[in-house]
Design a protein around this ligand. Sequence first.
Ligand SMILES: *Cc1c(COP(=O)(O)O)cnc(C)c1O
Length: 210
Amino acid sequence: MSIAENLKKIKSQAGAATLVAVSKMQPDEKIDEALAAGQRCFGENRVQEAQKRWGDRREKFADLELHLVGPLQSNKTKEAVALFDVIQSVDREKLARALSDEMKKQGRDLPCFIQVNTGEEEQKAGIAPGALPEFVKLCKECGLNVIGLMCIPPVDEPAALHFALLKKLAAENNLKNLSMGMSSDFEKALKLGATHIRVGSAIFGVRDYQ
Ligand SMILES: *Cc1c(COP(=O)(O)O)cnc(C)c1O
């Protein structure tokens, strides 16, 4: 199937949920195909790669919506705040403060998701579920516009458990949006209330990591 066909199919499955087309590590031709098919919401996980790809395209497509879905170093917040429209990976206090300061400086108020480490995996970014209420409070005190939670479930556990946990945590913390579900599990995530799905390879094909 073509990229346009993939997008059409996944969009119809997504219904009212936002489809974030994750374009990291994909060739530019494929991105342009998605743009030609009308897709405007994209996700990237690296600031520098995103700057290269979207710098010029930004100007051509005024209605573009770029989501940062990958880890952000606090020393890259300036570039990130200038380029992205939504930050999905707020995962620690230092970053929350740096983002808040930078947004004030640039006069931007980007919607943010807090990344939750639902599997409490040591190597994975995100706030532990138990520490979430306090972190939400801190973000609000900093003036960050937190609109929801994001998670990446452990690869070796049923994703549905983690989606259900994320939903519960969002309800407990009065947050509306749930960014969960990737190519292999977005259908499950939608059933469990995802408002944003992040889909890469099911749209663009496998990534070329060379
Ligand atoms: C790469 C990536 C995705 C998309 O993964 P696919 O399996 O290709 O759909 C989604 N979310 C995050 C955070 C990613 O880094």
